[in-house]
Design a protein around this ligand. Structure first.
Ligand code: SF4
Length: 368
């Protein structure tokens, strides 16, 4: 976000190239939803030209195994949607049980947690807000340990210590997030289960992060044009996901996916439509409000008031101060640092001056 470009983006391109050329290393690429609709621009095509299957083919040709970040986004929603349902049961329906005790420490409004820039901003400026923020890791930080444990042992059948995970993100803040000292879950799990020796040096859940621009550089150095790649015919289990994961790439997507989950769980049936347009997308003022009705199994209904905030400078401080003073009208608040969400993240292809940014609704129109 530095307006003068004084801070240069940290690049893992050389390190990742070295790992891709090392036969002893299993390099796993974890591509985020917003990357797949932007990478084509780096090769001269309009946004959205590339299909996911061509991207997967190009990644495999470059030497990556693919672990879809979207698969992890589905995990994130199971986690975060479960938190929202738990909070509804505790705070709205007044249920009390040992299972629900933890939710009593985490009041509404509920804030999303998958944007590391937002989480860091809250940690520095609004520590009192932390109990409101979801405890769910971001999809990248769920994908890393899952790739180094479940996929390494059960799918690829490789030594987990040889797995080198690369988040492929539209985002420069993800570089910082991957470096946070608390993210060593795979190392901890594998030692506890005696799968690796006790004296194995600590390794992170995510070893490196490439932005969309960085991935294009890796492809160029390898002589790969993803636009010319065939569509990968076979989908592995680590490459499968739902549409609820793909919409994480734009503003309102995490909110919509969480509401879809909450609707199903509290009502016991599917929503009349999976599209919850009211919470989606970019607004000029940076805060999109909606009121959603969730039916309960006993025939009653509850009303959930949502706010989707994109761009931290856009009224976020007022939204947060209202929460801290008990004046907030909202129940669930999604915050994304970038205008329109990750689709316009700091690691995306740079548009020439004077052109507009990528349409934040683009991922919703693409066939995935
Ligand atoms: Fe990164 Fe921006 Fe997405 Fe936040 S909104 S995760 S800073 S790309």
């Amino acid at each position: 976000n530095c307006p003068f470009g004084a801070i240069e983006q940290m690049s893992f391109v050389d390190e990742v190239m070295g790992k891709l050329n090392d036969p002893k290393v299993v390099v796993v690429g974890i591509p985020a939803p917003a990357v797949r609709v932007a990478i084509a621009e780096e090769f001269g095509a309009p946004p959205g030209t590339l299909t996911v299957k061509k991207l997967h083919s190009a990644m495999k040709k470059a030497g990556f195994k693919v672990y879809e970040n979207n698969l992890a986004a589905d995990q994130t929603i199971l986690e975060e949607g479960g938190e929202i349902v738990g909070k509804i049961r505790y705070w709205v329906l007044g249920e009390r049980s040992k299972e629900l005790e933890e939710f009593g420490k985490h009041p509404f409004p509920h804030f999303t947690s998958c944007c590391p820039a937002w989480v860091r901003y809250a940690e520095i400026n609004y520590a009192a807000l932390l109990p409101h923020i979801s405890g769910a890791r971001s999809p990248m930080l769920m994908a890393g340990p899952s790739a180094k444990t479940w996929a390494a042992l059960n799918i690829w059948k490789v030594d987990p210590v040889k797995v080198y995970t690369v988040g492929i993100m539209p985002c420069t803040a993800k570089i910082f997030e991957a470096s946070r000292p608390e993210f060593h879950a795979a190392w901890k799990f594998l030692r506890e289960k005696k799968i690796i020796p006790d004296n194995t040096p600590k390794f992170p859940d995510i070893d490196a992060v490439l932005t969309t621009r960085d991935l294009a550089e890796v492809f160029r150095r390898k002589g790969i044009n993803p636009l010319e790649m065939p569509e990968e015919a076979e989908e592995k289990i680590t490459e499968m996901y739902t549409g609820g994961a793909t919409i994480f790439g734009n503003s309102g997507g995490v909110m919509e996916a969480a509401l879809r989950y909450a609707y199903q769980v509290v009502s016991g049936k599917n929503p009349p439509s999976w599209d919850i347009y009211a919470v989606r997308g970019y607004t000029k003022y940076g805060v999109k409000e909606a009121t959603i009705t969730l039916p309960l199994k006993d025939g009653k209904t509850i009303t959930v008031r949502t706010a989707t905030v994109n761009g931290i400078k856009n009224h976020l401080d007022k939204v947060v101060k209202d929460v801290l003073s008990g004046q907030s009208p909202y129940d669930i608040i999604e915050v994304m640092n970038c205008p329109g969400g990750c689709i316009n993240g700091g690691g995306q292809p740079v548009q020439p001056m004077g052109t507009s940014w990528i349409d934040p609704l683009l991922p919703l129109r693409l066939k995935v």
